[in-house]
Design a protein around this ligand. Structure first.
Ligand code: PEP
Ligand code: MG
Length: 580
């Protein structure tokens, strides 16, 4: 048994057989071959060894011509290892005697060789291990050919272990078959994490390297509550986690009973509880959990996994289906927040060294007004069907907001001329996710109909910490006093001007912050659909006076750890059932 510590990003427990995607995205199944196909499988193996050998030889020759024989020696060593009779013999006996598939045999044997080199230490040894992993990859590439496509076509339940999963790969996972996932890289605020939570898949990211210790088909536990991945768990550990999974199910069943009740404090203050979605079908979850509407539609996911740009009709159909499903409830459609970790198959700008500080989000839309106008036309058309609101992401200056509004006004004029119906007074809001906006909030209030605080980015830009980098994950927290002060300032300024303000960052869906946020004056929460029952249950257990006291105490503290511990204790007192 081996326990790995990562970052818990999506709650719940998953136990089962794993599917391993290495960092080139190959799936390495634990598959056994029938006795009567052993000879065919050996032929397949030999063909792969030959093809990999030819590939290495080509590399050797090209490096030798360009740089000289001493550099080409790396490839000669690889070739020698690949063509080693012992290796071929070991693979053959695994296939003949243990009936392993050649892919599985290659991965088992070569990973064991690499481990031996790694365990020896010394400066040149890791290079040798890397050479062996390289041979494994080459052989698998020749055996398996294509990459990653199998993730979308699973037929039995698995836990996915990968070096990395992009947000769009995560969004394409089928929750019916993917019971959980863990990745070596990734940070707490990454969109991969957010999508996993939205899909209700237990997930752990940022564990550091471990894929070479595990093979497809082995049993693993993913503990999305505590950020643990347990390889080869013993019986006792499995029994413990089965019990945890049962507890999760019974808590979910208990909380489900709240779905028809409003989010209201024990002394009668109504909290508006909205949901965040990435895809139209998630609206069903919002309805099931009894939300008050849609507070953040991340429309950029329309682009994920698409080869071509969505047309105006594609946009319109997506928005119209959401609006129709929610009747007269609010539907906040955020304009495209593309870029940084949400990149569709578009060319990446040259020189984009700091993608989170570069041409992303509203900046990208204002630079590509044609693309922006297509989306705005579709949103405006959908506004004729229900309670639609438009929200601009990542505004950092007043001028940027004015530019976005000017494009919107222009598109409205076009629709008028074409006689296409839309809501002329559609509310226009903006995200508060850059500290400059909080500093300038008293000026923004005159130009906007509503605000929504995006803590995922606000934390990243305030504390100068990349939301998707595991190595600085310890700094990435909504409990930092600077974040809480900024939220306090934003709410006070918006309230004083009578402009509605909500929060749609992940902080609003974490029940340990519910009392604090209510105490700071937040009345509109927009959360991951799966978090609605828990947040609603906390709202219904507290009084306004109590929440104000919690907020006052937190504002007096000066560091994240004390704030986190205090909030955890308060939640334990108020809602002990969440900790059962
Ligand atoms: C945020 O930044 O808090 C937010 C809600 O937007 P996203 O997570 O999509 O960047
Ligand atoms: Mg954001």
């Amino acid at each position: 048994m081996q326990k790995l510590h990562g970052i818990a990003v999506s709650p719940g427990v998953a136990i089962g057989e794993v599917l391993v995607m290495d960092n080139e995205g190959f799936r390495i199944p634990r598959r056994f071959v029938a006795r009567n196909v052993v000879e065919d499988e050996l032929t397949r193996l030999d063909r792969a060894i030959q093809a990999a050998g030819e590939e290495i030889e080509r590399n050797r020759q090209s490096v030798s011509e360009q740089l000289g024989d001493q550099y080409a020696a790396i490839f000669s060593a690889q070739l020698q290892m690949l063509q080693d009779h012992h290796l071929r013999g070991e693979l053959e006996s695994m296939i003949r005697q243990r009936h392993y598939s050649p892919e599985y045999a290659i991965s088992r044997a070569l990973r064991r060789y690499a481990k031996v080199f790694e365990s020896l230490g010394g400066s040149t040894i890791p290079e040798r291990a890397n050479d062996i992993y390289d041979i494994e990859k080459k052989l698998l590439r020749h055996m398996l050919g294509r990459k990653r496509e199998e993730l979308a076509h699973l037929t039995s339940p698995v836990l996915v272990l990968a070096h990395n999963l992009t947000p769009s790969e995560t969004a394409n996972l089928n929750p019916k078959f993917v019971l959980g996932f863990a990745t070596e890289t990734g940070g707490p605020g990454s969109h991969t994490a957010i999508v996993a939570e939205g899909m209700g898949i237990p997930a752990v990211v940022g564990t550091g390297p471990f894929l070479s210790d595990v093979s497809g088909g082995e049993t693993v536990v993913i503990d999305g509550d505590h950020g643990l991945v347990i390889l080869d768990p013993d019986e006792e550990t499995i029994a413990h986690y089965r019990h945890e999974a049962d507890e999760h199910r019974s808590l979910a069943a208990k909380l489900a009973q709240l779905s028809d009740l409003p989010a209201e404090t024990a002394d009668g203050t109504r909290i508006e509880l909205l949901g965040n979605i990435e895809f139209p079908h998630e609206v069903e979850q919002l309805k099931r959990h009894g939300s008050d509407g849609l507070g953040l539609y991340r429309t950029e996911f329309l682009y994920m996994g698409c080869e071509s740009e969505p047309s105006e009709e594609n946009h319109f159909e997506a928005y119209a289906s959401v609006v129709r499903a929610l009747g007269d409830q609010p539907v906040v459609i955020r304009t495209l927040d593309l870029g940084a970790d949400k990149l569709p198959s578009m060319p990446v700008p040259e020189d984009e060294r700091n993608p989170f500080l570069g041409l992303r989000s509203i900046r990208l839309s204002l630079r590509n007004t044609e693309l922006f106008r297509v989306q705005l036309r579709a949103i405006l058309r959908a506004s004729a069907l229900g309670n639609v609101r438009i929200m601009f992401p990542l505004i950092s200056t007043i001028r940027e907001l004015r530019q976005a509004k000017a494009v919107l006004a222009d598109v409205m004029e076009d629709l008028d001329e074409e006689g296409i119906p839309f809501n002329r007074s559609v509310p226009v809001g903006m995200m508060v996710e850059v500290p400059s906006v909080v500093v300038m909030m008293d000026r923004f209030v005159d130009e906007i109909d509503f605000f929504s605080i995006g803590t995922n980015d606000l934390i990243q830009y305030t504390l100068a910490v990349d939301r998707s980098n595991k190595d600085v994950a310890g700094l990435y927290t909504a409990s930092d006093p600077s974040i809480i002060r900024l939220i306090d300032m934003a709410i006070k300024t918006a309230d004083a001007a009578g402009v509605p303000i909500s929060m749609c960052g992940q902080m609003s869906g974490s029940s340990k912050y519910t009392m604090l946020l209510i105490g700071l004056g937040l009345r509109i929460f927009s959360v991951t659909p799966s978090a609605i029952p828990e947040v609603k249950s906390v709202c219904r257990s507290v009084t306004m006076d109590y929440c104000r006291e919690v907020a006052a105490r937190v504002l007096a503290l000066d560091n994240a750890r004390d704030i986190r511990n205090y909030l955890k204790k308060e939640l334990q007192k108020t809602a002990p059932e969440l900790f059962a």
